[in-house]
Design a protein around this ligand. Structure first.
Ligand SMILES: Cc1cc2nc3c(=O)[nH]c(=O)nc-3n(C[C@H](O)[C@H](O)[C@H](O)COP(=O)(O)O)c2cc1C
Length: 206
């Protein structure tokens, strides 16, 4: 079958997208307001774009143009932290996605620990296995659609003790979860290996 997303309702178009692109990594983004109130919320329209500089991007959708606290804080402070969501953090991440008033700190509400950023004003979440302090590089506003794509450079990684060995982070010990469709998640331990092909340059003929 063929489906033109323009013929779908906004809800159907959203469902089609989030069930087509699976699993999606989840950025649990912590920020701070100019008044010093901490905030955290999950975003699964999220990816890494480059390694050096370490560029990350996620998109904030503000239905009706009412900006989410995360976006407002990043505009004001120009930084944020992306915390990776491990299995133990799943419930807290889900609770933090609630539409709480701006004066509610989802970090305090969920019993997580906000530690002060080293290079940024935003706090990082101590319980996360990997947290990346990011400086804002750019916000790309998609006109008429209430979408803001936030790009940042990771300038400091906080990594849980014991999961980084011999210059390599053990992704199996991170135990990150991924987002599937609505209210559905997967673990990252159903893995298999594939060795990338090495294409030799053509040999001179004898
Ligand atoms: C797994 C998951 C993924 C989400 N991904 C996004 C996303 O990519 N973009 C977005 O705008 N909201 C996303 N949300 C919803 C936000 O987390 C939610 O609107 C939250 O209340 C925003 O919080 P804030 O106002 O403190 O920034 C997601 C929620 C969940 C549970």
């Amino acid at each position: 079958m063929e489906l033109d997303p323009a013929t779908l309702s906004p809800r159907e178009a959203y469902q089609l997208l989030i069930t087509s692109i699976v699993p999606r990594p989840i950025a649990f983004v912590s920020t701070i307001s100019p008044q010093g109130l901490t905030n955290a919320a999950p975003f699964s329209f999220f990816t890494a774009l480059n390694a050096r500089p370490a560029l990350l991007a996620f998109s904030v959708i503000s239905p009706g143009g009412v900006e989410k606290d995360t976006l407002r804080n990043i505009r004001a402070t120009r930084d944020f932290v992306i915390n990776i969501v491990s299995e133990e953090l799943a419930d807290a991440m889900n609770t933090a996605s609630g539409d709480f008033a701006a004066d509610v700190s989802e970090i305090d509400l969920t019993g997580l620990t906000a530690l002060p950023g080293v290079k940024v004003k935003a706090p990082w979440i101590a319980e996360s296995p990997v947290s990346m302090e990011c400086r804002l590089t750019q916000i790309v506003e998609i006109s008429d659609s209430f979408v803001s794509i936030i790009m940042g450079e990771a300038v400091l990684f906080h990594i849980r003790d014991g999961i980084y060995h011999d210059g390599r982070l053990d992704e199996m010990q991170v135990r990150a979860i991924g987002a599937l469709g609505t209210n559905s998640y997967c673990r990252s331990d159903a893995t298999f290996g594939l060795v990338r092909p090495t294409i030799r340059p053509p040999q001179p003929s004898r």
